[in-house]
Design a protein around this ligand. Structure first.
Ligand code: ADQ
Length: 541
C-alpha cells in the first residue's frame, strides 16, 4: 500500500484498454447506472483506478451508438465520467474489423499457437489501424505533462507508437495479457513489423513470463535486426526513447477470493453440491444454481437405502468387485470442478476426453466422482467458437449417456454466466480443479481456486502451457494434449491425502498472498516510471 501511494503521488495514470471496467445499465427513469465488470483486468487494475482519484480509464463502451440519440449518448458519457471512465463508441463495421476480425480472428489464435484458426484479411488490418487511431484521438487531448499512460493487451498494439509520435517525452507502458508466440509463428503475420514498431512506442513492454519476453526479443531480432537491444532487454529507439522488455506475472486479489469462499452463498453451494454428489449420503438434495447465484436446496424423497439399491443394480459386477478391493468405494465421493470461458485455447474437449478415459480405466470412480463443468460461451459470432460449443455439447452428452446411473450423472454442465460468489461456491466444492488450457497467458482460475481453498485441502491439476505453471509448481502439472497423462494426474489428484494436498497448497498460497493483483500493478508502474524518467541510462537503478 505504501508503494502504491508513493507511485500514485508521482503522476496521474491514464489506463487504456479495449473494454472499460464498467458496464452500463439503463434505469426506468431514463438515467444510467454503472456496474463493475468481472474478469481479470477489471479486478486487477480496478482497485488501483478507484483508489487514485485522478486516474482515468479509456475504453470501448460495449454500446452500439446507432441505437441511441445524441442526448442519450451525452447522458451515457456523463454516467461514465462519474467513475472517471471515458467511453469510446464503435460502429458495427468498426467492431467487425477491429474486434471480431483482427483482434479475435487473427491475433488471438496466432498468439495462442492456433495458426490454423488465424485469418489474415487486409480489410480487418486496416480497420484495426483505424480503430487504434480512434483510441489515439480520444487519449491525446487528455494527456498532461507528467502523466503515465498504461495501454492494455493485443487489441491496442499500434497505440503506443501513435501516442509517442505526438508526445515524444510521454511515459507509456504496454502489457500483453496473452502469450507472445515464437518468432516462427509471429513472422507469418503479414503486418508483423508494423505491430512490433507499434508496441515499441512504449517505454516498458510487459509480459506474464520470461518466456514470452524472450519470444518477443527473438521476433525483434529476426524482424527488426537494425534495432540495438542491450543485455537487459532495453531497446534504443531511433527517436531517442528507450523501450524496456520485462516479465510481470499478474496475481489475484487473494483476500477477495478467500473471503468470498466463506460467504453464505458459496457455503450453501458447497453443501448443496456435496449432497448432490453423495458426499453426505443420508439425504439426497436437488440444487439449482441460478444466474443470480441462488443455491436452493430441495429435499427429494430418496434416502441412503434407496440410493445404494439403485447404485448397486446399475454398476456392473466387475466394477463392484474393484470398488470392494480398493479403498475408493468406502471413502467419501469426490467432486472435480473447472471454470472457463468457452474458448478453444482452454482445452475443453481434451479435458473431457481425459475425464471419460479415467472413468473407463478406473471404473471404481463410476458413481463416485462428479464433474462440475462451468463453461460460459464467449465470442459467439465467431464460427470457430460455434463449432467448439457443438463439440463440447456432444462430448458431455456422450460421457453422460455412456456412464450415467439412475441417480448419478458424471458431468454437471453449466453454460450460464455466473458472478463471483457462485463461481467461488463451485471452487470451494471442488476436491480437484482441472485447469488444462492448451495455451494461456497466465490463467487466473488456477489462482482463484487456491485462494478459495486457503487453509484447506483441494488439489490443482494444471496445464504446463499457461503462465501460471511457472509459479504454481506444486500442482499436478500436465501436458494438456496428453490425454493419458491428464487421466493419470486426475486419478492421482483424487486419491491424494488431505495432508499432502494441504502441504502442496500452503507453498503456492504463500506466494499468491504476496504476488497479488495490486502488487502486479504497482511493480509494473514503478518500473515504468523508472525506465521513462528523463536522462535515465540504466533501468536497474
Ligand atoms: P481470460 O482468457 O479471460 O484472461 P483467465 O485468466 O482465466 O482468462 O481469467 C478469467 C476470469 O474470468 C477469472 O477471474 C474467472 O474467475 C472468470 N471466469 C472465467 N470463466 C468464467 C465463467 N464461466 N463464469 C464466470 N466467471 C468466469 C486473459 C488471458 C489470461 C490472463 C488474464 C489476465 O487470456 O491468460 O490470465 O487475461 O491477464
Amino acid at each position: 500500500h505504501g508503494q502504491e501511494k508513493k507511485a500514485g503521488c508521482m503522476s496521474r495514470l491514464i489506463i487504456v484498454s479495449n473494454r472499460l471496467p464498467m458496464s452500463l445499465q439503463a434505469q426506468e427513469d431514463g438515467s444510467y447506472t454503472l456496474h463493475q465488470n468481472v474478469g481479470g483486468l477489471a479486478t486487477a487494475i480496478g482497485p488501483y483506478h478507484r483508489s487514485h482519484k485522478d486516474s482515468l480509464w479509456i475504453g470501448w463502451s460495449g454500446i452500439d451508438p446507432q441505437k441511441y440519440s445524441e442526448k442519450e449518448l451525452a447522458g451515457i458519457r456523463q454516467a461514465y465520467r462519474e467513475s472517471r471512465c471515458i467511453p469510446i463508441f464503435l460502429s458495427k463495421e468498426e467492431l467487425n474489423g477491429y474486434y471480431a476480425g483482427f483482434s479475435n480472428n487473427t491475433l488471438w489464435p496466432l498468439f495462442h499457437d492456433f495458426s490454423h484458426e488465424a485469418v489474415f484479411r487486409q480489410e480487418d488490418w486496416e480497420m484495426y489501424r483505424k480503430v487504434n487511431m480512434r483510441f489515439a484521438q480520444v487519449v491525446e487531448p487528455l494527456i498532461r505533462k507528467g502523466d503515465t499512460i498504461w495501454i492494455q493487451d493485443y487489441h491496442l498494439m499500434l497505440l503506443p507508437k501513435m501516442l509517442r509520435e505526438r508526445y515524444p517525452d510521454a511515459s507509456i507502458g504496454w502489457f500483453l495479457h496473452v502469450p507472445f508466440p515464437s518468432a516462427e509463428i509471429f513472422r507469418s503475420l503479414p503486418w508483423s513489423r508494423e505491430i512490433l514498431e507499434g508496441v515499441l512506442g512504449a517505454n516498458l513492454i510487459g509480459f506474464h513470463t520470461v518466456d514470452f519476453s524472450a519470444s518477443f526479443l527473438a521476433s525483434l531480432h529476426r524482424l527488426l535486426p537494425e534495432l540495438p537491444v542491450n543485455q537487459d532487454g532495453v531497446v534504443e529507439m531511433p527517436d531517442g526513447h528507450r523501450a524496456a522488455i520485462d516479465a510481470f506475472p499478474i496475481g489475484i486479489d487473494y483476500n477477495l477470493y478467500r473471503r468470498t469462499a466463506h460467504s453464505s452463498l458459496a457455503r450453501a453451494m458447497r453443501r448443496g453440491i456435496d449432497e448432490v454428489c453423495g458426499k453426505s449420503p443420508r439425504h439426497r438434495y436437488r440444487t439449482s444454481v441460478t444466474a443470480e447465484g441462488v443455491a436452493a436446496n430441495e429435499a427429494t424423497a430418496s434416502d441412503a437405502n434407496w440410493w445404494s439399491h439403485y447404485m448397486k443394480e446399475d454398476i456392473p459386477e466387475s466394477t463392484l468387485a474393484k470398488q470392494a478391493a480398493s479403498s475408493v468405494g468406502s471413502r467419501s465421493n469426490k467432486v472435480i470442478v473447472s471454470v472457463d470461458r468457452l474458448d478453444y485455447t482452454k482445452g475443453l474437449p481434451e479435458r473431457l476426453q481425459a475425464f471419460g478415459r479415467m472413468l473407463d480405466k478406473y471404473p471404481e470412480w463410476v458413481g463416485h466422482v462428479t464433474y462440475y463443468l462451468l463453461a460460459t460461451p464467449s465470442r459467439e459470432v465467431v464460427e470457430s467458437y460455434q463449432r467448439l460449443k457443438a463439440q463440447v455439447d456432444q462430448l458431455v452428452g456422450e460421457i453422460n449417456g455412456r456412464y450415467s446411473l439412475l441417480a448419478w450423472t458424471p458431468i454437471h454442465y453449466i453454460t450460464r454466466s455466473l458472478s463471483i460468489k457462485p463461481v467461488c461456491g463451485i471452487y470451494t466444492a471442488g476436491d480437484v480443479a482441472l485447469v488444462t488450457p492448451l495455451r494461456d497467458g497466465m490463467n487466473l482460475v488456477a489462482k482463484e481456486y487456491l485462494a478459495c481453498h486457503d487453509g484447506r485441502d483441494g488439489t490443482l491439476v494444471l496445464s504446463d502451457m499457461c503462465g501460471a505453471a511457472d509459479e504454481l509448481t506444486d500442482a499436478f502439472i500436465v501436458n494438456p494434449y496428453d490425454i493419458d497423462m491428464v487421466c493419470e494426474a486426475l486419478h492421482n489428484a483424487l486419491e491424494i491425502t488431505p495432508e499432502e494436498s494441504k502441504r502442496r497448497n500452503i507453498r503456492m498460497q504463500a506466494r499468491l498472498k504476496v504476488r497479488t493483483a495490486a502488487n502486479w500493478c504497482t511493480s509494473f508502474l514503478d518500473s515504468l516510471r523508472q525506465v521513462s524518467a528523463p536522462g535515465m541510462t540504466d533501468r536497474r537503478l
